[in-house]
Write a protein that binds this ligand. Structure first.
Ligand code: S3P
Length: 171
């Protein structure tokens, strides 16, 4: 069986946008973990956080990942920004295919997500501080989880997808 192409990285790194691009260039289906979580739970991610809290969300996230691991057709998978936080998830992701870390600077995240209301971890005051702190703590985890790291700041989704495809051929 061929391997999946899996995108990990912080909120606003472009996992879904680059995923769409890869999906069309590779002629593979795009599977979006956040969308699958919402349809599994029958509510939005914000609502899951609101009614059941982050831990409950993380449990559903791990469940969805286990289901994805059974997916037979090679696909492009766009993960949620927190998916690689659990070690069990990192192990699973790594066994599922090529894991690509889309790296992004806090400044870019703040611009891309300005006005966003769909990400519970970034709501409320002090958004800039939240983004910086979370990114600093997560960057080493993303690197550790990935087979390949690609910088995304100031680059188009097409350019990033091209670099990923070139890098994947060398693996
Ligand atoms: C999260 C990222 C979000 C979503 C949830 C939690 C995180 O996905 O799964 O809000 O912990 O980084 P995106 O990375 O697609 O925004």
């Amino acid at each position: 069986m061929d391997r999946h192409m899996i995108l990990i990285g912080f909120m606003g790194a472009g996992k879904t946008t680059v995923g769409r691009c890869l999906s069309s260039r590779m002629s593979r289906e795009l599977l979006d973990m956040d969308e699958m979580i919402e349809s599994e739970a029958g509510m939005t991610i914000s609502r899951i956080f609101e009614t059941s809290g982050e831990e409950a969300f993380r449990r559903i996230e791990s469940e969805v990942l286990k289901k994805l691991a059974e997916w037979k057709e090679p696909a492009v998978i766009s993960t949620g920004g927190g998916a690689p936080l659990r070690e069990e998830n990192r192990k699973l992701l790594s066994a599922m295919g090529t894991v690509v870390y889309l790296q992004v600077l806090p400044e870019t995240v703040l611009v891309r997500l300005s006005g966003d209301t769909a990400r519970p971890l970034l709501q409320g005051d002090g958004r800039e501080e939240k983004v910086r702190q979370l990114l600093v703590s997560r960057d080493p985890i993303y690197r550790q989880a990935a087979h390949m790291t690609v910088k995304t700041d100031g680059r188009s989704p097409e350019e990033i997808a091209g670099e990923i495809l070139k890098g994947d051929m060398k693996r």
